[in-house]
Each structure stands twice: as C-alpha cells, then as structure tokens.
Design a protein around this ligand. Structure first.
Ligand code: Q0Z
Length: 286
C-alpha cells in the first residue's frame, strides 16, 4: 500500500489511489482472472509486465494521442498519472471477429452498427478495424452500443475524435505486434478529458485490455488460444471447474508457464529484457 495515498477504487486486478487533487496512482497487482473469476493464485510480476507494456505504448503513441502517464515508480507496477474526467464509454477496436463481436455477427451480420461482409468465420480478420463502443457496466458485462448511442453519451464531435484516435492507436500497435509474432485481435481504450483535451488513460494495449493471440497458431474458423492465459485456462478446464467463484489454485508449473508467457509478450513487443525493466522501469521510455 503506497504511502500517503487515499484508496479510491478497486478493479478485479488493480487498485487506484489519489496522490493529490490532480494525480492518481494506478497499481497493477499480480492477480489473474480467467472466465471472469479472479483466481486465488497470483502470477509473479504480471502487474509489472502490464505496467511496463502500457508505458511502452504510451511512449510510442504520443504523436497519435496525449496520455495520462506522469511517472513509473521503481516498483515497476505503479503508474503516477494525471487525473482525468473519464468518458462514460469503453472504446473498443476490433481487427478480428471474436467474443461478443463474433456473437453479434452470427445473429445480425453486424457489430455495433457496422454491417460486415457475409461469410466471415470465427476469428476472421476484418477488412478494416472497426470501432465498437460499449457502456461501462457497474456490475456484470459491458454492453455493446451502436455509434448513435455512443455519440449521445459523449457528444458527436468527441465521438468522431475518439473513434479516429482509437483506430489509429490500434493500427499502430497491431502492426508493431504482428511483426513480432503477436496478433492483437481487439483492444479496449479508456479516454478522459484534461481541460477539454482528449487524453488516453487507464492501461493500454496490454493482454488484460486486449486479446493477444500467438501469430504462428492463428487459424480462423474457431476460437484462438490466448497468448498469455491459455495455460491457466487449459488447467482450469481440465478440472471440470464450473467457472463460478472461487476459482481453483494453480499448480507451480502452470504459474511458471503463465509467467513466462507474460514476460515473453513484454520482451517481444518492447525488445527490452524484462530484467532490464525490473532494474530500471524508465527503460521503456528510451
Ligand atoms: C481509471 C480503475 C483501477 C479501479 C478511474 N487517469 C485517470 N483519471 C481518472 N480516472 C481514472 C484514471 Cl486512470 C480511472 N479507472 C479504472 C482502475 C481500479 C478502476 F486500478 N477508474
């Protein structure tokens, strides 16, 4: 627990503290969720991987959009950030047809008002990335909304800007990742305003806020393995667990395998050794 900071919120795997009127501290824990349940076993350094990856993307996307990052702390898992007025929508970009996008396509042929070509299959790459906003559910799952509803929630002008910026961020990251063997199938951004300026907040382009798939195993026509969580999912499935809380403890080989996948994603995407990051989190900004 950080010194002299007021706890202001908890996510499933993260904590949020107030540093002063203008600054927050976002702390990424080593907790992992699978099938929407937080497991009792932690993955050592997972929070550091996600914090470092987010900071890496923030440093490389400044010219697309300003972001909330002020400083990384020496623990490698805590981000000091500018306090924003967060927008009331989740800004999802999809480059591939998966999850609720695939579900909506099978029932209506469209996703959030984007009518898609006929004949797509599960995990197909889309002709162009699409912006598919969702509401922030206080409990349960975010709900996809159409562009008209999203524009009502944030205003037409801001809607156009978050759509354009979200797609530009996704294109940049997906192209970078694809060249390093990782498919970013979709991702969720959270934006806020700072004196009326649009600013990217929260975590960005991490495996917790995106679907990462191993590119060498990509086969459209079914669900894809998760780059990071597949060992944990497979182990949980092998137990016949009913996917209700509490989840099962993970054995040490599943913990080690899962940790190695997070570190591998970090090292592939950043080209920085994870031990270099641990020695100096500022390495992601150079
Ligand atoms: C992020 C969340 C977490 C619980 C609020 N820069 C910012 N300014 C204002 N608000 C936020 C941010 Cl990042 C903000 N969340 C999500 C994170 C625990 C909820 F670690 N909520």
């Amino acid at each position: 627990m950080p010194e002299a900071a007021l706890h202001v919120g908890s996510g499933k795997v993260r904590e949020l503290y107030a540093l002063d009127d203008d600054r927050l501290l976002l702390v990424a824990s080593d907790r992992i969720s699978t099938f929407d349940v937080v497991l009792p076993t932690e993955i050592p350094d997972k929070g550091r991987v996600l914090t470092g990856l987010s900071a890496f993307w923030f440093a490389r996307t400044h010219d697309i959009c300003a972001n909330h990052l002020l400083a990384l702390r020496a623990d490698g898992r805590s981000t000091e950030c500018r306090r924003l007025e967060m927008l009331p929508i989740e800004c999802v970009v999809r480059g591939y047809l998966s999850g609720s996008g695939w579900k909506d396509y099978t029932s209506t042929g469209a996703v959030c008002g984007h009518v898609l070509p006929a004949g797509l299959t599960e995990s197909s790459e889309l002709p162009e990335p699409i912006f598919t906003p969702a509401t922030k559910a206080t409990t349960g799952h975010d709900e996809n909304i159409d562009r008209e509803r999203a524009a009502e929630l944030v205003g037409a002008e801001l809607f156009d800007e978050v759509e354009r910026v979200s797609i530009a961020l996704y294109r940049f990251a997906a192209e970078h990742a694809r060249a390093r063997g990782i498919v970013i199938a979709d991702t969720k951004f959270e934006f806020g305003l700072d004196d009326g300026t649009l600013v990217l907040g929260d975590e960005a382009l991490t495996p917790d806020s995106s679907r990462f798939w191993p590119a060498d195993e990509y086969r459209p026509g079914g669900a894809q393995p998760s780059f990071d969580k597949q060992y944990a999912r497979d182990y949980c499935e092998s137990l016949g667990w009913d996917k209700t809380d509490p989840g099962p403890e993970l054995p040490e080989e599943v913990v080690a395998g899962t940790r190695a996948r997070y570190v591998e994603a970090f090292e592939r995407l950043t080209a920085i050794g994870f031990d270099e990051y641990l020695a100096d989190p500022g390495a992601v900004n150079r």
